[in-house]
Design a protein around this ligand. Sequence first.
Ligand SMILES: Cc1cc2nc3c(=O)[nH]c(=O)nc-3n(C[C@H](O)[C@H](O)[C@H](O)COP(=O)(O)OP(=O)(O)OC[C@H]3O[C@@H](n4cnc5c(N)ncnc54)[C@H](O)[C@@H]3O)c2cc1C
Length: 378
Amino acid sequence: MSMFLTPEQQQIRDAIRAFAEERVKPGAAQRDVTGEFPFELLRELASLGFIGMTVAPDDGGAGADWVSYAIVMEELARADAALALMVGAMSLAITHINLYGTPEQKRRYLPDIIAGRRLCAWAFTEPGAGSDAAALRTRAVRDGDGWLLNGEKTFTTLGSVADVFVVMASTNLAKRRHGISAFLVEKDFPGVTRGKPMHKMGVRASDTSGVVLDNVRVPAYNLLGKEDEGYWNALHALELGRIGIGALAVGIAQAALEVSASYAKQRHTFGKPIAEHQFIQGYLADMATEIDAARLLVRRAAAMQDTGQRTRKESAMAKLFASEVALRAADKAVQIHGGYGYMQEFGVERLYRDAKVCTIGEGTSEVMRLVIAKELLK
Ligand SMILES: Cc1cc2nc3c(=O)[nH]c(=O)nc-3n(C[C@H](O)[C@H](O)[C@H](O)COP(=O)(O)OP(=O)(O)OC[C@H]3O[C@@H](n4cnc5c(N)ncnc54)[C@H](O)[C@@H]3O)c2cc1C
């Protein structure tokens, strides 16, 4: 793995940074307050080639590498973690389709999603099954030449607005994880009800909702991947998704560091800028060091994927470490800002609230530790 970005990766970083500074950052605080869904920004990201960017050009993507994807996620999150989370969730669904879809399924769904004409979501979690995803109750039973789906999903990112869902359902309850399959479900299939946006602690402009499936008839050709292999295929998609969440966490932490360093130079106590107090210097130094370490872990996992290696352990390490770094960095940012850090106008309390999702979504920190330990002890 090279420690340095290639000229192409630098170009991508410059382009996404410019877009994020100009188009994303200015409205982020307002969207956090109103929860307004940024349709237009998602469309613009798609038109610039940043949605589904790792998909091959023949299937509608930009054919970019995973390191570039990590750079895009970091830069977006540095400006607005809510927008980055939605790009990450779409990427999870896109990756699942890209890895396991038939050529016909890819042709039918990917170009529209990547071009921003349709939104997609990835729905595994249920009210009674999150970390223990194999305990899901959504059932898919054969119905003539198709399937009948019944069940309820929750916490689905883009759940209230998506046009296409990748839905995991049990095709054989007794076989638990060995009896789960994935299906492509369209919002207009009779029996699909998208829930209302849920009210969240952070990433508030990111849409999250439940989805109810009531006798939804899904044609046989919308089975995604082989029957009963949906659980393992979902884990494969998550391996790549976690690189995105790790990068998102690095972006939040980087924003926390930048705003804190700038504030520390301006705010005076005891006759000098707080940046000259050693406690504050120590906080900034720790933040910067941890952020670099987190970024390197994220880029290692991405670079390994780019050379065709599986990264179950490395993706989990990157997500675990980067999420916890983001939380610590956001905490320090609030502390460095003192009382102002607790107020909305400086935006650091938003970073603090947004960072928390990283230790939960796409597998909690506890689950990441279980994944890493399992790989270590094999
Ligand atoms: C904003 C947001 C967006 C999301 N988007 C999506 C999405 O798009 N699609 C989707 O499918 N899901 C999504 N999720 C769901 C997310 O993946 C789950 O919330 C997460 O996997 C945890 O599941 P749970 O909430 O059921 O918690 P639980 O599984 O009930 O866990 C509760 C606590 O117990 C711990 N725990 C559980 N099992 C163990 C164990 N064996 N050992 C030690 N500790 C354990 C957990 O780590 C956690 O601390 C989203 C969640 C959020 C908050």
